[in-house]
Design a protein around this ligand. Structure first.
Ligand code: F6P
Length: 359
């Protein structure tokens, strides 16, 4: 039998990863008679030599399950790995290359966000045959219209906005909802529009506290006795700093955002005397079953990646453009983060329907 294909899932999890693992494994077995090896816990598995054979039954019945059966980690950057001495970091990429050789796969399918794909690009430069699959609730990977996981997170956030609407209405309050998304406002924009938010604050459009307060007071004067503000964790004012919740030094990107809603909520209450409450959705947005859209997208990605790997392709990422599954190079995908253009169609639509971006 020909060499197996290896797969790993790295970085923050999201709904749809199991659907990808399932599609890769089934396609490899059904269409190419190839075995699949699952590397455990992202790149940590390649650093520490942990992987296992995936049997057909291992991937059966998992399309509906959130998380990843292989485990994941955002701490296994082979180029910046905590040094064995305990002080600082070291480059263990040669160990990763040697372990990959030992594993005996023809290629590696890596499922991850921008951090993972950047690592892939470097490993690819060292000669590892890699096919990337873009996943993240942030939808910030370039060259693809959507990453899988995003639609599911939008669904969770929209559901939360819906629920907060009724309680905000009953109590005549301002309700702030903080959603994830790192440096991109996609999640806030989509869930804000879908949930009928009154103010949407995203990293790409700097807001002014005064403008936010003014909008809320205007609504109140017009007889609107409640307001919904959807704020991205990466939103900030022209002069304000990002609100950081913690630093994870051994992670690919050490900054963890979070807390802007609390900071802004206090200012709103102080400046407007409108009673304000804050809800931070956090990791709820990454859990639970994937939506039908994400299951289909993940399955199409997985099938394409397995087909490319079986055909000997490398250095590519499968992407979704204009309803088609196609490819971009690792270099193209990792060159820029995909943020919300200020003139994006959905920003215009939101403005036309009365949404304020706090300017
Ligand atoms: O990239 C996905 C994401 O959920 C971001 O939206 C968020 O900023 C970050 O990961 C949280 O990371 P962690 O799970 O390490 O707290």
């Amino acid at each position: 039998m020909a060499k197996p294909i290896a797969i790993l899932t790295a970085g923050g999890d999201c709904p749809g990863i199991n659907a990808v693992i399932r599609a890769v494994t089934k396609t490899a077995m059904n269409d190419f008679n190839l075995n699949v090896i699952g590397v455990e816990d992202g790149f940590l598995g390649l650093i520490e030599g942990r992987w296992r054979h995936l049997a057909y039954n291992d991937v059966s019945g998992i399309i509906t399950h959130g998380g990843t059966i292989l485990g994941t980690s955002n701490k296994g950057n082979p180029f910046r790995y905590p040094a064995a001495s305990g002080a600082g970091f070291e480059d263990v990429s040669d160990r990763v290359m040697a372990n990959f050789e030992r594993l005996g796969a023809s290629s590696l399918i890596a499922v991850g966000g921008d951090g993972t794909l950047k690592i892939c690009e470097k490993l690819s430069g060292k000669g590892m045959p890699i096919i990337g699959i873009p996943k993240t609730i942030d939808n910030d990977v370039d060259c693809t219209d959507y990453t899988f996981g995003f639609d599911s997170a939008v669904g969770v956030a929209t559901d939360a906005v819906d629920r907060l609407h009724t309680t905000a209405q009953s109590h005549h309050r301002v309700m702030m909802v903080e959603v994830m998304g790192r440096y991109a406002g996609w999640l806030a924009l989509y869930s804000g529009v879908a949930g009928g938010g009154d103010i949407i604050l995203i990293p790409e459009i700097k807001f002014q506290v005064d403008a936010v307060c003014r909008t809320l007071l205007q609504r109140s004067r017009r007889g609107k006795r409640f307001s919904i503000v959807v704020v991205a964790e990466g939103a900030r004012t022209e002069t304000g700093d990002l609100v950081v919740s913690r630093l994870v030094t051994d992670s690919t990107d050490s900054i963890r955002l979070g807390g802007i809603a609390q900071v802004l909520g206090a200012k709103i209450e102080q400046n407007t005397e409108l009673e304000t409450r804050v809800a931070v959705l956090g990791h709820l947005q990454r859990g639970g079953p994937p939506t039908a859209f994400d299951r289909v997208l993940a399955t199409r990605f997985g099938r394409e990646a397995a087909t490319l790997a079986a055909g000997g392709a490398k250095g590519l990422v499968v992407v979704f453009r204009c309803q088609d599954i196609t490819t971009a190079t690792l270099e193209e995908v990792t060159a820029n983060l995909k943020t919300v253009p200020q003139d994006h169609a959905l920003v215009k639509t939101a403005r036309s329907t009365g949404v304020s971006f706090g300017e």
